[in-house]
Design a protein around this ligand. Structure first.
Ligand code: ATR
Length: 267
């Protein structure tokens, strides 16, 4: 049996176990996905223990994403280095390798909805999710404008991302006028009926991805649907970051429908 899991603190609320295990069941794989909650300063022991026990792969979340990147035994790939965070460890090779599947979560969520990754994109937010989204879109060929409440963080991030520019939040309506893609990578809309973008700045030629998935239908997505924009909810991003890890670990094409069904049932 192969063991996969999630390393975080806290991890109690995680939707990853049912999502991944639905995939194993669908493909008939003898595997389990479990959660591990080491103390915040026990990351090194956790990695050594996982290795010794033959754990095949781990997702890594708060507060360990930076630890995973810095760990001397983890060979982070180039994308994870650029984003500055590892969310997936692969123990299957000679060395433990580190990856960031949040970027693929963004691009694959758009692609699954038939959205062309080209033209101009606006990323609102410059935290961890904003970094992953900005690199994902830029690497796919999109010209990215990053807007953030704290403008300096958007400007700093833009300096790292190919062809990107940084802006304050109040520039969003102007930026959206000519944009094809919008990603909300702030926490605005989480557990509250609020949007980081004025509704009248949205238009029918936009594809809008909201990284927030609690609730699945956010104020931003409702506003976007009302003007005829293409909408992609945050559960798709969560799904595809998991699908990307699943495929790396198992070497199989993930059964996306089964994993999506299990995830939506939890939400
Ligand atoms: P994550 O890793 O999920 O991206 P984070 O690093 O805490 O989380 O980033 C949260 C993002 O949401 C930031 O871009 C933050 O803006 P600041 O950099 O100015 O803090 C943004 N954010 C949080 N609350 C916000 C609000 N009420 N209005 C606008 N932006 C907000």
């Amino acid at each position: 049996m192969q063991v996969y899991g999630l390393l975080g603190n806290p991890v109690g609320h995680s939707l990853s176990p049912p999502m991944h295990e639905a995939g194993y069941r669908e493909l008939g794989l003898d595997a389990r996905y479990v959660t591990f909650e080491p103390a915040p300063d026990d990351f090194d022991d956790a990695v050594a223990g996982a290795r010794a026990l033959g754990v095949r792969g781990l997702n890594v979340t708060i507060p360990f994403k930076g630890d995973a990147l810095a760990h001397p035994d983890v060979e982070a790939d180039a994308l994870a280095e650029r984003i500055g965070a590892v969310n997936t460890l692969d123990f299957g090779g000679e060395h433990v390798t580190g990856h960031n599947t949040d970027a693929a979560g963004v691009t694959r969520a758009f692609e699954h909805h038939g959205v062309d990754l080209a033209g101009a994109g606006v990323v609102v937010g410059a935290g961890g999710a904003g970094r992953a989204a900005a690199f994902a879109l830029a690497d796919a060929g999109v010209d990215v404008a990053i807007a953030n409440r704290t403008e300096s963080k958007a400007v700093d991030l833009a300096a790292d991302v190919p062809r990107a520019s940084g802006h304050p939040l109040d520039a969003v309506p102007d930026l959206l006028a000519d944009a094809d893609l919008l990603v909300n990578a702030t926490s605005v809309g989480m557990e509250e009926d609020a949007s980081p973008v004025p509704a009248d700045a949205l238009h029918a030629d936009l594809a809008v991805l909201d990284a927030v998935y609690t609730p699945v239908e956010t104020r931003l997505l409702r506003d976007a649907a009302a003007v005829g924009a293409t909408t992609v909810d945050g559960a798709w991003m969560l799904l595809f970051q998991g699908v990307e890890a699943f495929e790396r670990w198992t070497g199989e094409t993930a059964p996306v429908d089964a994993m999506n069904g299990a995830l939506r049932a939890e939400l």
